[in-house]
Design a protein around this ligand. Structure first.
Ligand SMILES: Cc1cc2nc3c(=O)[nH]c(=O)nc-3n(C[C@H](O)[C@H](O)[C@H](O)COP(=O)(O)O)c2cc1C
Ligand code: SF4
Length: 522
């Protein structure tokens, strides 16, 4: 029976994947052709979604973007044999956006049925756990440390060191917490993992539990991800039934189970300590450190808290060995990064690549420049707390240290592109607005500073005593950077100061401002 693959990923659903799947089933039935419609995750080529694939004798053939209205014509064009049609893209792995990637973490995403444990195992799933069971706690920690994996949630902290700290801390109860709050602007890789390859996350967390001696895990997912929540809950139930979660995993003396918890929409609840507060049922307010969560985390117990992508990298590292992962990358940034191309970009999507690729390659060559066709003016990397980089910094390699050297950050790998109509003074004001809105209120530099920042930026935009107010903004940024308790207040100066440094024209009095959008508006 011919298999037709249609994504059930949120991004594909948003552009009509559901009616496409229904139309394909209906058309096949009307023509009396037995087919199986398999729902998958997304390959991450979002400008081509809904992208469907047909299994033929010569491998899979992709078509996209497909609408329900295309389906009859596609069948007439012999879709099921990979026939010619204007929407035919050919073998998916030959599409240049996919061909140029190094997919270690996303190797299965868009290919397998996310809720088929059989499919997962047939695609090397659970090989990492088998190796981990043979290695034992010390061997796992050693392998993760040697792989060079650094936390993909934002701070880039070495995962092996974090696990060793929890492993070395004696306690009757330890926890594994997965941070799936994914609040950064332009990011969606965590969601893609949960919707497209949920058993990989379960396997990664199970290996972490084995490494540190934890028996309970939680996945904290933002409420805006209903499909990811449903997919994770379904996958956990399937894994439990199959004996891959519970009291004796895979028939071994390993007990570990996972629960999904849903956040309530606060950006600061992605910060690890306020996430733990929220998990404990309290208001999401940042905790002072120390103690570190590795010593006293959830309910005061030693806790591994990692991002989805960090856990998702683990099965590959254990299955293939530390060296197989560490051989990719540059400097202290080892392995691959699932970069998320978003904003005003022609080819938006997920691009997993070894560290070291330049920002310019990502934006111009892979992303194809702006969707609007206008020149790129600025790129914000690393979410709302990341710096705005101008074209002059496009030679910056994707590497934690290289970005830090230029006062930027990689964060969770979100790349948001703006064309020349963007007003960077308004973006700087927005950075303060965002911080004021999302601040947990615990420390003064952030709680008060962000609001004063909005007011002062507004004065600059209105042309009121500009020089004086610019000095106030710089002073505020200094106070927030060095006086804030967490990175929400501490990093808000990065988008503000980078906008000021790299785009000074946008902060001048209105007649001298050069942004295309401003000229058009004035
Ligand atoms: C304001 C703020 C928001 C954050 N949001 C997230 C988030 O959505 N997801 C995430 O994994 N880490 C987020 N972090 C980073 C976490 O505090 C923490 O470093 C991370 O979960 C650790 O996992 P990792 O080592 O695997 O990156 C945020 C940090 C701050 C300061
Ligand atoms: S910097 Fe802001 S978010 Fe962080 S602890 Fe202080 S008030 Fe809360």
């Amino acid at each position: 029976m011919t298999r037709v693959f249609v994504p059930r990923d949120s991004g594909a659903l948003a552009v009509g994947a559901e009616p496409v799947a229904r139309a394909i089933a209906r058309e096949a039935q009307a023509r009396n052709i037995p087919i199986e419609v398999v729902r998958t995750g997304s390959r991450g080529l979002y400008w081509l979604e809904p992208m469907i694939e047909v299994e033929t004798g010569a491998g899979r053939i992709a078509y996209g973007p497909v609408s329900a209205a295309d389906v009859t014509a596609l069948f007439d064009a012999n879709l099921l044999a990979g026939g010619a049609h204007a929407k035919r893209l050919g073998p998916p792995e030959r599409i240049s956006f996919l061909e140029r990637q190094t997919r270690l973490t996303f190797a299965r995403c868009g290919i397998i049925d996310p809720l088929s444990l059989e499919d997962y195992c047939a695609h090397v799933g659970y090989r990492g756990l088998a190796r981990a069971l043979a290695l034992g706690s010390g061997g796992i920690v050693d392998t993760v440390t040697k792989s060079g994996l650094r936390g993909r949630g934002g701070a880039g902290f070495p995962t092996g060191i974090k696990w060793k700290t929890v492993s070395d801390t004696a306690a009757p109860q330890k926890y594994i917490v997965c941070n799936a709050d994914e609040g950064d602007s332009g990011t969606f890789a965590d969601r893609m993992v949960m919707e497209g390859d949920p058993f990989m996350l379960i396997e990664g967390m199970t290996i972490a539990a084995l490494a540190v001696g934890a028996t309970e895990g939680f996945i904290y997912i933002r409420s805006e991800y209903p499909h990811a929540i449903a997919a994770m809950e379904a996958a956990i139930t399937i894994a439990r039934r199959a004996g891959m979660l519970g009291k004796a995993i895979g028939g071994c003396p390993l007990a570990f189970d996972i629960e999904v918890r849903v956040g309530a929409g606060a950006y600061v609840c992605g910060e690890e300590t306020s996430l733990l507060e929220s998990l404990e049922g309290k208001r999401g307010v940042v905790r002072a450190k120390p103690p570190l969560p590795a010593h006293k985390g959830l309910f005061g117990k030693p806790t591994v808290i990692n991002n989805v992508l960090s856990f998702a990298a683990i099965p590959f590292i254990l299955a293939e060995g530390a060296q197989a992962y560490a051989e990719f990358g540059m400097g202290k940034s080892r392995g691959t990064m699932p970069v998320q191309l978003a904003g005003n970009i022609k080819h938006g999507g997920l691009f997993e690549t070894a560290f070291g690729i330049t920002l310019g390659e990502l934006v111009d060559n892979i992303g194809g420049g702006t969707a609007s066709g206008r020149p790129v003016k600025a790129v914000q990397v690393g979410g709302p707390l990341g710096a705005y980089f101008p074209r002059a910094l496009f030679d910056t390699p994707f590497d934690y240290e290289a970005f830090a050297k230029r006062d930027g950050l990689i964060g969770h790998g979100g790349v948001v592109v703006f064309d020349d109509t963007v007003d960077m003074a308004k973006q700087a004001r927005f950075a303060f607005e965002f911080c004021a809105h999302e601040s947990c209120g615990k420390c003064t530099p952030c709680r008060i500073g962000a609001t004063r920042g909005v007011e002062t930026m507004q004065r600059i935009i209105s042309g009121e005593r500009r020089a004086e107010n610019l000095a106030v903004v710089e002073d505020l940024c200094h106070t927030m950077k060095f006086g804030s308790l967490c990175a929400l207040g501490g990093f808000t100066p990065y988008p503000v100061m980078s906008a000021l440094t790299h785009f000074p024209d946008d902060f001048r009095a209105p007649p001298n401002r050069t942004s295309a959008g401003l000229q058009a508006a004035e």
